[in-house]
Design a protein around this ligand. Sequence first.
Ligand SMILES: [Zn+2]
Length: 337
Amino acid sequence: MRASVLSAPGVCSVQDVPAPVAAAGEVVVDVERVGVCGTDVEFFTGEMAYLHDGHAHFPMQLGHEWAGTVSAVGDGVDPGWIGRRVMGDTMLGDGTCRRCRRGHQHVCEHRTEVGIRGGRPGALAEQLAVPATSLHALPDSVDAVLGALVEPGGNSWRAAQAADLQPGDRALILGPGTIGLLTAMFAQAAGAEVHLMGRSESSLAFARSIGFTNAWTEDHLPTLPYDAVIDASNAAPLPAKALSLVEPAGRVVYIGLAGSPSEIDTRRLALKDVTAVGILSASPGLDPTIAAYASGAVDPRPLVAATVGLDQVGAVLAGKPLPGAGPGPKIHIDPRL
Ligand SMILES: [Zn+2]
């Protein structure tokens, strides 16, 4: 089968590789759509931490935001999965340790991550093998485009949920990228007044174009009581900024990761009686995200700027402009193109 292989930083090509076979407990999925995200770009640049702590090494097959149809099952898997449209959890815990037994497989010390960690090949290929236990079935109303947006959506659903927003609360989201905008959508669906802060005028203009009129640069951010501040940026100073901006007794949510330590003063956290929450992964948010997309409560389609074939993955990871691409932050890959 054809797969996009990242063999070294900056070296990405489509190669013929052996098609996956469904091992016991696993399924093979015919991949229909894959989102490219910031983590993939970090592997392309070679900056991703897992490359340096031994959790990942080249060559890699990226792709963890995917949707497709099950085409084969291994021993011990219900054959009823065949033909079903699915997406899958990125995080694959060992299923046996204390954290996994307590339902926290997404932070299992021995976890692999599809297309990210532990040598588990990702979805930037015609086919993908994953454990059946990681599958989430997609209803008919959630097509492949929406299905490939469930993984980033699950992260964002959790961020919005952690902000504990009530109707009429005011939420500020730092960083209007895919995760920030999806979080804004979930916060709006919860009835909050949503503000976004960003650096680039083009990303703020895009946020306004999809209805988030309260989109500001740092210099123009209005001085208002923000009941929750969610950092979805990769800027090291913004976690502390989130804490300084949030209302006392409010919530700060940290889902962004900077390339260098981003420190906060816990005296301020205590003196403001603020609740702070960190978020890693979509796992506990996948089903509620599928439900929100299925009902239309959240429609993330405008975020997709373009859909291209595997041969364009290298260009996408390098950040090259794609002819005809829209202004959204997300690029999708269709391995069948
Ligand atoms: Zn475990």
